[in-house]
Ligand binder design. Structure first.
Ligand code: MOS
Length: 738
């Protein structure tokens, strides 16, 4: 890494942008999302979905639909072009129906209403087969994931259990959830033919332009270089835009068949099933401890559904392997096959759901042992990663507990439930540990000094709304000691140096070092130009003695000797000076383990008569390494906590037990919180850099906010009412019946 060897990374904090780089473009509507790019001669595609959960399509009579007003063409499994993607990924390559809602045809028409109207005229005959839909009934048929994973053992569970004085053995469950970014999935695809073959241009709402490019290249057997994917702004993703779903490939297929550009936007109801769900979990957790609170055994067996299309595991037991120390450990993650759409990543996949089970179980164990819940966690604090015994690159979870407890006022809590009343409101306090893994993906960046004094930064990553533009402008400005207002950032275009997908809370830690390095290299090239130039006052100096400062190169040993960057470039024939750099995990990555940490506290008020829960306050303190930008970073944490409230109280995808269709595929019935549901949220980050993990010290921040939050709320509901709800969401009926 270059950054470590050059100017102090601590400088990052000095040039905080206090506004979003893309804020004005967004509020004025100048920021264009995938479906908003004007495209000449564009046709509109509408995806037709299966209305049975299992079977095959016997026939599709498209005569009436084909004659309908405005219809260009209709693609079905009976006439679709053969693509080279193996298996069923809902791209009309066979007649199998594996879930209700599966894409089975595409109607392409002059307008979206005409496409939708024509779709209703299709006469589809099915051969139905019995569907697997009852998760609980099929639990006994759960099987191991085909690719393994989730299973781990440590110590001797039976012996540890035999020594225990306190045992918790409970089942915790979380429902299927669906992503609801503001921007639904959308793709515009256009084909052209050039000297070097067919070319495809795509605007796609995605968390990974390179992934979309690669999938399309494989599907249509053309070189990735012939595919141009653009996504300058993504209107939220949370995981569902991390995978390349059928609609992206179908839009390109439709454009080929219709011989014109095609726009395909999913309706809100189409977001429930065809583009991935967070699977439900049923988590059996056994915790056994000695009377002093020391954990002897942690056992976490989490079963979730998987589709018949491909295995997907909501890895809820994963964090249990590393969060706390224990003499013995046993985890597994079996799958129950159901006729439902594929599972996929959803914000903190695994940790969000697993932390609900584990952290509520901890609360139950704390009560049984009569030990304060924070104390119990401190007793079992993992000083190193329990999996391989590796040291943490940086861990300040103790400080998180202390700071959050202080800000929250945990000392005012009464351990015994039901003691704190305000009128007919029962008040309760609860807490949980938050955690999420840290990772970095290889990422490249270009930094270019322009003749007009501005600096161009280009990275083939994308901004989901998280703040990537902002932190990259800031990082370049920092590396170059210049005004961030003079930095132009371009993202979301596969012609830029490639980067990874924006998922797994990896973006900031991946792309910032690449930009820092590219800026440092570009600066070096500029210095070399000046040194070699007899007309420059810096002629003959050493590169080590030259630094950039506010648009100039100057000598460290004699700051009077300087020259503006624009002058150097002007004498260079006005040719921009640029450098590209690639950054990835450090070489000694196998010698340490990296994770982000936090402590989350909740105060709830439960109506004694109606059992309605209000989350009055959430207080979280996080150890996420360097907080690169306070505004965008804190926004991510708040967003995660809001989702935690949502997970605790609102969200639940309901599947019809007979037909397998999502019943509540709209915002009226799939509840996400509105402003009235969200009250005080206080989040802070310790901002302690993790330089072992990343030369800029940052880990990830996007997902940790949701983790632990639902457990903290559930624990607070228990503290308020004495009712333990182990099944999310916590609705009034469950409190009433607990
Ligand atoms: Mo996230 S669920 O890795 O987009």
């Amino acid at each position: 890494m270059i950054a470590q060897d050059h100017q102090s990374p601590a400088k990052l904090d000095t040039r905080q942008l206090d506004h979003r780089y893309d804020g004005i473009a967004k509020v004025t509507g100048r920021a264009k999302y995938a479906a908003e790019f004007p495209t000449e001669n564009v046709a509109y595609a509408y995806i037709v979905q299966a209305t049975i959960p299992a079977g095959t399509i016997a026939s599709i009579d498209q005569a009436a639909a084909t004659r309908a007003a405005g219809v260009h063409c209709i693609i079905t499994p009976f006439n679709a072009p053969k693509l080279t993607v193996p298996g069923n990924v809902n791209i009309l390559q066979d007649t199998n129906v594996l879930f209700n809602g599966q894409p089975i045809a595409v109607v392409i028409a002059r307008s979206l209403p005409e496409a939708e109207a024509a779709a209703k005229l299709l006469r589809i005959e099915y051969k139905e087969q019995p569907a697997k839909l009852d998760f609980n009934a099929l639990l006994k048929n759960a099987r191991a994931p085909k690719r393994g994973g989730g299973t781990s053992h440590r110590g001797d569970p039976a012996a540890s259990l035999a020594k225990a004085t306190a045992i918790i053995d409970q089942t915790y469950s979380t429902p299927i959830q669906n992503h609801n970014p503001m921007e639904p999935h959308a793709t515009i695809a256009s084909w052209s033919t050039g000297a070097d073959g067919d070319k495809l241009s795509v605007y796609d709402a995605t968390q990974g332009i390179s992934g979309a490019q690669g999938s399309l290249a494989r599907a249509f057997s053309i070189p990735p270089a012939n595919i141009h994917v653009q996504c300058p702004y993504t209107g939220g993703g949370f995981g569902c835009k991390g995978y390349v779903w059928s609609h992206t490939i179908l839009a390109a297929m439709a454009a080929k068949v219709a011989q014109r550009p095609v726009k395909l936007v999913l309706g809100r109801e189409q977001m429930f099933g065809p583009v991935g769900s967070r699977p439900n979990t049923s988590q059996r957790i056994k915790l056994a401890a000695s009377s002093d609170g020391k954990l002897l055994l942690q056992q976490h067996d989490s079963t979730c559904y998987t589709s018949l299309i491909s295995d997907w595991t909501e890895s809820a037991a994963g964090q249990t392997q590393l969060l706390y120390d224990s003499e013995s450990l046993s985890t597994s993650q079996p799958l129950v096959e159901l006729n439902l759409g594929m599972g996929t990543w959803m914000r903190a996949p695994g940790e969000a759901t697993g932390s609900f089970g584990l952290e509520v179980a901890f609360d139950e164990l704390a009560e049984k042992l009569n030990i304060d819940p924070i104390q119990l966690r401190l007793i079992n604090y993992a000083e190193k990663d329990p999996r391989q015994g590796l040291p943490w690159s940086s861990k300040h979870l103790r400080e998180c507990y202390t700071q959050a407890a202080e800000r929250f006022g945990w000392s005012k809590r009464t351990a015994q439930p039901g003691q704190h009343r305000e009128g007919n409101k029962l008040i309760g306090y609860g807490m949980a540990t938050a955690n999420y893994g840290a990772g970095r993906r290889p990422s490249s960046a270009v930094v270019r000094f322009l003749p007009n004094g501005r600096v161009f930064v280009g990275v083939g990553t994308q901004d989901l709304g998280t703040g990537t533009y902002t932190i990259l402008a800031q990082t370049a400005a920092d590396a170059l000691f210049m005004d961030p207002a003079l930095v132009d950032v371009k993202l979301g275009d596969t012609t830029l140096p490639p980067s990874g997908g924006s998922g797994g809370s990896t973006t900031a830690a991946s792309v910032c070092p690449a930009v820092y390095d590219a800026a440092t290299l570009a600066k070096l090239k500029l210095a070399q130009l000046a040194i070699a130039d007899t007309q420059s006052p810096l002629h003959g100096a050493t590169t080590e003695d030259i630094e950039t400062k506010d648009g100039k190169l100057c000598l460290k040993s004699n700051p009077e000797k300087s020259e503006t960057i624009t002058t150097i470039i002007a004498r260079n024939g006005n040719t921009p000076v640029e450098a590209t750099a690639t950054s990835e995990m450090p070489k000694d990555r196998d010698s340490f383990s990296s994770h982000s940490w936090g402590a989350i506290f909740a105060e709830v008020a439960v109506d004694a008569d109606t059992h309605m829960v209000h989350v009055r306050r959430m207080v979280g303190t996080y150890d996420i390494g360097t907080l690169i930008n306070t505004k965008t970073g804190t926004n991510q944490l708040i967003g995660g906590v809001v989702w935690g409230v949502s997970m605790a109280l609102h969200e639940e995808t309901l599947i019809d037990p007979t037909y397998g269709r999502t019943v509540n595929e709209n915002f009226a019935e799939y509840h996400v919180p509105v402003n009235a549901d969200i009250h005080e949220i206080d989040v802070t980050a310790l901002n302690i850099p993790d330089y072992k993990f990343n030369p800029l010290g940052s880990r990830g921040i996007g997902e940790i906010g949701i983790t632990g939050a639902a457990a903290a709320i559930s624990n607070a509901v228990y503290n308020a009412t004495g009712k333990r709800v182990r099944d999310l969401p916590i609705t009034l009926d469950k409190i009433m019946n607990a």
